[in-house]
Write a protein that binds this ligand. Sequence first.
Ligand SMILES: [Zn+2]
Length: 368
Amino acid sequence: MKVSELMTIMEDIAPAHLAEEWDHVGLQVGDLNQETERIMIALDADQRVIEEAVSKRIDLIITHHPLFFRPVQKLLFHQPLGKIVSLLIKNDIALFSAHTNLDIAVGGINDYLAELLDLRDVTVLAETKEEALLKLVVFVPVDYLDQVRNAISEAGAGHIGSYSHCTFAAPGEGTFVPLPGTNPFVGKLGQLEKTPEYRLETIVPASVLNQVIAAMISSHPYEEVAYDLYPTALPGAADGLGRVGSLSQQMTLNQLVHKVKKLLAVEGLRVVGEGEKQISRVAVCGGSGMSLLKEAQHKGAQCLLTSDMKYHEAQEALAKGIAVIDADHFATEGIFISRLASLLKNRISKDEITILTSEINTNPWRFY
Ligand SMILES: [Zn+2]
């Protein structure tokens, strides 16, 4: 398959528009048309990972952390970044990254952490984007009302809460004059035609607008479909970093720490808070998430599981009375690598495509 095809699949898993503005996600090195058969997933694109990819004849590496983060002034092959890029180019290996979009995506890293902790009633911890909702109004001849309604509903329009196919239709009269060069479904050239139509209206999230319009046009009998789109002030679905939810049963901080340590298979964790503190609600943010401490407390969490906590942040948490489990950055995100491999395998039916996970531990820390 082509690199571009794989990018389409990754877009389904972690849509690029979800990424934070400062982030650099997507194809970092390579060619959209390059054929790829062997894919490897890793947390970081460090030199050992690239060498592993070379030895395993990999065509495409998918990483969580982007290789390029700051503007590059020069690429010197005897320096770490230049060496990595030269290895990639010389071995025809493409590099793709899904970073904050993979953190934020539904079913991404943070949802996975919440799932591993068996959290209930999980919601977004810190909203980053709210989807725009549009009102779609289309005028449909009576006999085609059900057909058009079904088509736009199946394409993603008309979802309100747990209800689908939410539309409203009011009867009325449409008029038009077919002009020279047209091939009208009803009516005669140059004559005013009056026809019973329904004004069919529904709500459409901006992310599915194109597919809804395409479905509407292909299911509609008219040559020129009359429709309107209105912006609304309604709140759309919110995407964001981190997740917060309730434990299936209350436990002490020590019990939760024990559970996290086992789940993430780490040698040690740094913990802020009394061991006997009762925890019923937990916030999670894979990677560096201490900036979400306020949101975690605001949303009722007694504990935040994240990584990269600094000394003064730990003091602040202690003073605020919220516990923090500072797990390893590598562990909180690296745990998703095998999940990403299975998400890809589920979406790729071609037998010739091999998906591997890197065996290199790129964690810069070690316990002593
Ligand atoms: Zn990270």
